[in-house]
Write a new protein. Structure first.
Length: 180
């Protein structure tokens, strides 16, 4: 049976934290999509992040670039200063666009939410902690996969990664994140 981490209280500094909303483009407005369940909880946390002036970055799969489906869900109320990038990989650092944006702002912690937990979230979060050295906050109510196995195995992976990586993850829930 995989490890199932217990969500913990987490405090983040808004000035040095970025919210990464991974692959939750407008396709998630379709109730048939698993990611539809994330629209309201992510939208609610986006409001909190904005109130604290936290940097917010969205991603969408590269196949959506320059198409009507590139936009984020209306409920997210994306602002002009909240960029969207379209990396051609599950690891959203891969294209090279994300790291400079985070580095310029002095980001030390990233909050990763999105779909799918076993693809965009797992690969991006893992790259965030290794090789880039960020602390990574994982709100379990901000992740989803097509199946329970994929989702639970992803959470398990965060607890067993070697080389000190597992210690850089903070598993939590949106309501357990205090923004300072």
């Amino acid at each position: 049976m995989p490890n199932k981490p217990t969500p913990q209280d987490v405090t983040v500094d808004a000035k040095t934290t970025a919210l990464l909303v991974l692959d939750l483009n407008c396709r998630c407005e379709d109730p048939k999509e698993p990611c539809y369940k994330l629209i309201n909880p992510v939208a609610k946390f986006l409001d909190r992040a904005r109130q604290a002036n936290m940097f917010i970055l969205y991603t969408a799969a590269d196949r959506y670039k320059d198409t009507p489906d590139a936009r984020m869900p209306h409920a997210f109320k994306q602002r002009d200063d909240e960029p969207t990038i379209f990396p051609a990989a599950f690891d959203k650092f891969y294209s090279g666009e994300m790291q400079p944006m985070l580095q310029q702002r002095g980001i030390k912690t990233v909050i990763c939410c999105g779909a799918s937990s076993n693809q965009a979230v797992m690969y991006t979060a893992t790259a965030a902690v290794r090789p880039f050295g960020y602390t990574c906050v994982i709100p379990v109510d901000g992740l989803i996969a097509r199946g329970d196995y994929e989702h639970e195995f992803t959470l398990h992976q965060f607890t067993i990664l070697p080389g000190g990586a597992a210690e850089k993850f903070r598993v939590t829930e949106f309501d357990k994140i205090k923004i300072a």
